[in-house]
Design a protein around this ligand. Structure first.
Ligand code: SF4
Length: 249
């Protein structure tokens, strides 16, 4: 399989994947459910005067994405296995994820302004919690990202239109451009295969999909950067393949 990056930032990555559909699906599944992250797992509530039940509060805390140092924390022997976070607040006002105090300065909420609850005048909230490393096969709160992919579009010009502007304006994604007085499908990766062009001008253009070529979009929830997720997914896939090969012998 081959990966070519189209764009990336610390939250999202878009890339072209070339390989069999089964590998594309394996990569998507491993990214979403087997790459480990840190999430709050045990909460000890010392005082809760908010309108929210302890159980709901604990559930909300579990869903706060925490930055994860994937090289330091490990579920297999090396490195610490858990981090303690505490919170103490007095109303009035909202209690936000940024109010959590972590023992590890790296393991902090990715989004500071996630509201946890609201406290009225003089009401108090105090708890201590433990965050552990886990994966989404165990619980969805450990999932690091959302991944989608679509087939790579194939847009072929069969002949040139009489009215170029009218033809090009049919495409909502602006896929077509003019090069040397000829209309060519240029911005192919933007095509969503809506077939508007081929339905309106079947004699001019043909739309299909490429075999074993996909466009992936990965959106991180914040615990890990997209490249960290992909790197870890690659490691996991290699490990799984080796394990399978050893069992076949
Ligand atoms: S299929 Fe839709 S998006 Fe793709 S080139 Fe045709 S009109 Fe544009």
């Amino acid at each position: 399989m081959k990966i070519k990056m189209i764009s990336k930032c610390n939250k999202e990555a878009k890339f072209i994947f070339e390989g069999h559909a089964s590998y594309a699906n394996a990569l998507r599944r491993v990214c979403m459910s087997e790459v480990p992250t840190i999430a709050i797992d045990i909460v000890e509530i010392l005082k809760n005067d908010s309108a929210m039940y302890d159980e709901i509060l604990a559930h909300r805390l579990g869903l706060i994405p925490l930055r994860t140092d994937i090289k330091m924390y490990s579920s297999k022997g090396k490195g610490p296995k858990e981090v303690t976070l505490t919170l103490k607040a007095v109303g009035p006002g909202y209690v936000y994820s940024e109010d959590l105090k972590s023992r590890d300065p790296f393991v902090v909420p990715y989004f500071g302004k996630m509201p946890i609850t609201y406290l009225d005048q003089g009401k108090e909230l105090e708890f201590s919690c433990k965050a552990i490393l886990g994966d989404a096969k165990e619980h969805a709160k450990f999932s690091p990202c959302h991944v989608t992919y679509k087939s790579y579009p194939k847009v072929e010009m069969l002949s040139q239109p009489k009215n170029a502007l009218e033809f090009m304006n049919v495409c909502p994604k602006k896929v077509f451009s003019v090069e040397n007085d000829t209309i060519v499908p240029k911005n192919i990766e933007a095509c969503d295969m809506c077939s508007l062009c081929s339905e309106r001008y079947p004699e001019l253009v043909k739309v299909g999909r490429k075999q074993d070529k996909y466009i992936f979009e990965l959106e991180s929830f914040g615990q890990l950067e997209p490249m960290e997720i992909l790197e870890k997914a690659r490691e996991i896939l290699i490990e799984k393949t080796k394990e399978m090969a050893s069992k076949v012998k």
